[in-house]
Design a protein around this ligand. Structure first.
Ligand SMILES: *Cc1c(COP(=O)(O)O)cnc(C)c1O
Length: 465
């Protein structure tokens, strides 16, 4: 299987090259040259597999078969806090929470990143290469990336966070990882300052080459591929391919819902997709009135969905435009220049036939957490609550179609919001219960590129030696 760029100007690559490259050199995103599809009989044959084995089977369809997938998937999901890895919990007569938060950092990013860290390490070792991953975080992605890379032999990781501006749980999930290849730096500045420092390091060509800088950002194709299997698992458990299902996903960068769409593209009968947004509702506005225009980000109770632009939408746009790379490149260039994406009417109508957008503000989110708790005894985090409210508002008319809601974070990851809604603080799972007693290790540095680069260089040198 080969991968092509949505903008058409990059040479096709195989899975491993796409994994290491992330973004294509023409600025586009990699997509499969052709989508693998399964017959109903082939879907049925996947029923009842342990999750890790199912994930390995699905990934092998995407050209990852050169990797030791079965061993890798088993290892990646062995540390999860639930034997089902991705349990389905019934919330009402037709709504099911697909819990994606039983990994080490209690959020769904672990589903892909636990596997990606292992894939990166394996491919680099085979090639005799090393990389230094640098990233900026306002809290959540940093810890998932650190957990993915800790103790990997071909990878060093440096994560910048804004000093005193993450929650204590978020900081401790990063700074209590004492593996020698992990370095945390608290920058004396805000999140934007951290992001600017990372961009500046990537733009410093000699430094970038010397350190072999790399990133594990959400546009990496392997992350999308690793998110497809849990939709397959849930749909099969609820009766697919012999029964239609629908999916509701609390959405930010569009990666998670795109993986659900990919499962449909592979032949699973997913009738439609509900996209839940907080007040940062660019996707809901697009679906309501073909208005894809960026606005300033506003903070909300579901911070992992506080986005201005959903970067993975480009992959869907490419499909909606009939895989016309020139038209995709043109739309993305105009989006960048003008802040508004011109989507032809026909493509927009196709999108609205499959996707429904729903917006929920903070008050509605708290009300939904309270509603789930009193009606079903289910404790949801604010992101998941956006997804369940969206599912109830926009579920298919036919009540025989079950709705799978992606439950993207553990409620204990967002204790303040859950306490405001229910009156109590959810406890951390037992394996993290001593988080507040663990030793922390991090450096504090000024918002200064020279100082940050010196720290990254010292970290990478020490580990390569
Ligand atoms: C990242 C994240 C999301 C958004 O997922 P996308 O793939 O970016 O749409 C939703 N909820 C939580 C808890 C997340 O961490």
């Amino acid at each position: 299987m080969r991968y092509i760029s949505t903008r058409g100007q990059a040479a096709p690559r195989d899975f491993e090259a796409v994994l290491l490259a992330g973004l294509a050199e023409d600025g586009g995103l990699f997509v499969p040259e052709t989508w693998p599809t399964l017959t109903p009989a082939e879907w049925r044959a996947l029923r009842g597999l342990p999750y890790a084995d199912l994930a390995a089977r699905i990934l092998s369809l995407f050209g990852a078969g050169g990797l030791p997938l079965e061993a890798m998937c088993r290892d990646a999901y062995a540390g999860f806090g639930h034997a089902a890895v991705v349990p389905l919990v019934q919330l009402d007569h037709r709504t099911f929470a697909l819990e994606l938060f039983h990994g080490p950092t209690l959020a769904f990013k672990d589903m892909a990143l636990q596997l990606l860290g292992r894939m990166f390490d394996h491919v680099l070792e085979k090639r005799g290469e090393r990389v230094t991953i640098v990233g900026a975080t306002s809290g959540d992605t940093g810890s998932a990336a650190i957990e993915a890379c800790r103790d990997r032999s071909a990878v060093d990781i440096v994560i910048l966070h804004p000093e005193n501006r993450t929650s204590e749980v978020q900081r401790r999930q990063m700074t209590t990882v004492l593996a020698p290849n992990v370095k945390n730096i608290a920058v004396q500045g805000d999140f934007d300052a951290c992001q600017d420092l990372v961009k500046a390091m990537f733009n410093d060509a000699p430094f970038r080459a010397e350190m072999k800088l790399s990133a594990v950002n959400s546009i990496n194709w392997a992350r999308i591929a690793a998110q497809i299997p849990y939709y397959v698992a849930a749909a099969l458990a609820l009766g697919a391919p012999d029964r239609e299902v629908a999916v509701s996903v609390p959405t930010g960068n569009f990666g998670n819902v795109l993986a659900a769409w990919a499962a449909r593209r592979m032949g699973l009968p997913i009738s439609h997709f509900v996209i839940g947004s907080n007040r940062n509702d660019i996707l809901a506005r697009f679906l309501a009135s073909n208005d894809m225009s960026a606005k300033p980000v506003e903070p909300s109770l579901s911070p992992s969905m506080d986005i201005q632009v959903s970067s993975n939408f480009e992959r869907l746009l490419f499909e909606l435009l009939g895989r016309d790379a020139a038209a995709t490149a043109e739309a993305m260039t105009r989006f960048r220049a003008e802040g508004r994406m011109p989507v032809p009417d026909g493509a927009w109508k196709q999108a609205t036939a499959l996707f429904r957008g729903f917006t929920l503000d903070d008050a509605g989110t708290l009300a939904e957490i309270r509603h789930l708790w009193t009606s079903s005894g289910y404790l949801a985090d604010p992101h998941t609550a956006v997804g369940t409210a969206a599912a109830r508002a926009l579920a298919p008319a036919d009540p025989a179609v079950p709705v799978i809601v992606a439950a993207t974070a553990h409620p204990a990851k967002f204790p303040d919001a859950v306490e405001r809604a229910t009156g109590f603080r959810p406890p951390l799972p037992a394996r993290l219960a001593d988080l507040y007693e663990r030793e922390e290790r991090f450096g504090v540095l000024p918002d200064d590129l020279g100082a940050i680069e010196a720290a990254v260089r010292a970290h990478a040198r020490r580990n390569a030696a």
